[in-house]
Design a protein around this ligand. Structure first.
Ligand code: MN3
Length: 241
């Protein structure tokens, strides 16, 4: 590791509140406009958090952040690698008896990896609001930023069981779309690229907010990173238009 990398990593791991702009953490988690979720061999890898675990307090407490990132997201990454291995073994041995099981598991675990990776970058202690193309499209597709906020809050709070509220860009209709995702992979629209995701699994809030998911979602709004969502839309447009 050279000095520049050392400083960059130190800044990312230790001094989150000192992060000067989106550019540094964007460079650390994306490559060519898309999140880097696999290594050169195709194995799933987890990026380091773009801030310290206590950076988002009080909205999100450090203990929840630690458990969530390390064991829930981290566990999904490990499990997704195992699913891939099992599918390869099934194909290599021409024994397809359980391949449907591992295929379903991979969909669940890989989707968890995608959404959690995006979720961490969608949060910041800095005050942000939508700008540029994102704001223009929010106004066109939902009427106003306030209407979108009301919409995505209601969608997230009312997920049946565990799941996510998601704002995404749908390239087939060239429009923004809100999804109410169950688990990590259900109730999607093919093609949607997530821009801003809200984790409403109980593990995301139960330590601090107990059973009050509504309070958690309300507390999340001030720490949503709309700069990151705007950057994600710009990347999505570049990748698909
Ligand atoms: Mn989660």
């Amino acid at each position: 590791m050279d000095r520049k990398d050392f400083l960059k990593n130190t800044l990312i791991i230790g001094g989150a509140s000192m992060l000067p702009s989106n550019s540094i953490f964007a460079a650390s988690v994306t490559e060519g406009g898309i999140d880097k979720l696999v290594d050169a061999n195709g194995n799933f890898i987890q990026q380091v958090l773009p801030y310290a675990e206590n950076y988002l307090e009080p909205g999100m407490d450090a203990e929840t952040m630690h458990l969530h990132y390390t064991f829930h997201h981290g566990g999904a990454v490990k499990a997704a690698n195992n699913d891939l291995k099992k599918i390869k073994e099934a194909l290599d041995s021409n024994n397809l008896e359980t391949v449907d099981y591992w295929t379903k598991k991979l969909s669940f675990h890989f989707s968890s990896h995608v959404l959690h990776s995006i979720f961490w970058t969608n949060l910041t202690a800095k005050q942000t609001s939508p700008t540029g193309e994102l704001l223009k499209r929010i106004e066109k597709d939902f009427g106003s930023f306030d209407k979108l906020k009301t919409y995505i809050a209601a969608t997230s709070k009312n997920v049946d069981g565990n799941g996510w509220g998601i704002l995404g860009y749908q390239p087939y209709s060239d429009s923004l779309s809100v999804l109410q995702c169950e688990n990590h992979e259900k109730l999607t629209q093919w093609g949607v690229i997530p821009l801003l995701v809200i984790d409403v699994w109980e593990h995301a809030y139960y330590l601090k907010y107990k059973n009050k998911r509504t309070d958690f979602v309300d507390a999340l709004f001030p720490i949503l990173n709309w700069d990151n969502a705007a950057m994600r839309l710009d990347n999505a447009l570049k990748l698909t238009r």
